[in-house]
Design a protein around this ligand. Sequence first.
Ligand code: AMP
Length: 217
Amino acid sequence: MRLVFLGPPGAGKGTQARELAQEWGVPQISTGDMLREAVAAGTPLGRQARGYMDRGALVPDDVIIALIAERFAQPDAKRGFVLDGFPRTIPQAEALGRLLEELGQHLDRVILFDVSEPELLRRLTGRRSCPTCQATYHVTAAPPRREGVCDRCGSALTQREDDREATVRTRLGVFTEQTAPLLDYYRRRGLLTRVGGEGSVESIRANIRRAAGTVPA
Ligand code: AMP
């Protein structure tokens, strides 16, 4: 199982990748999560990436490609993977192709999450999370019992720096300009399958299982 989840920020890639990777017994490889961990730990990678992330820009390709090459070298990635948030540019897609070729592997499918722009804006600007236990909420769609407070552990909820409206608009523009060309790139290779990304989390998940050629466990 070697899949890429492709789609604009807020399309639900992370939510679905987390669950499905676990169901399929492969790692979820999220460059966004890896970068946020590096920022939180204050590593040289985190210090380098932070400025780009906070303003909604992409971290340079060479940095991301090195990060992915290192991740693929870990034993768990031999079983397969769900890539979430990578590749995001044509050079990254080409680097992924070369990396897989060196490993004697290939992608099984690229799943495109299709969500309208107003819905993306609503989801991203309303997203809140718990810095302590990582639970996620939405101010209207999945609010905590007490406003601003985590149901599970009582910590004060926070908003991702890059989920503020001006930055969200930048990120959506970056997707259109730099990531959308990947749709054609993978369509021409016969790998792209579109999945509607609106509706219940469970129904979207069922569509992804179908697109990936797996049946529910
Ligand atoms: P995400 O959580 O996937 O929305 O990623 C958050 C931020 O991390 C993005 O806005 C970028 O600044 C950076 N990032 C994550 N993945 C990549 C990537 N493949 N290429 C460049 N930048 C990335």
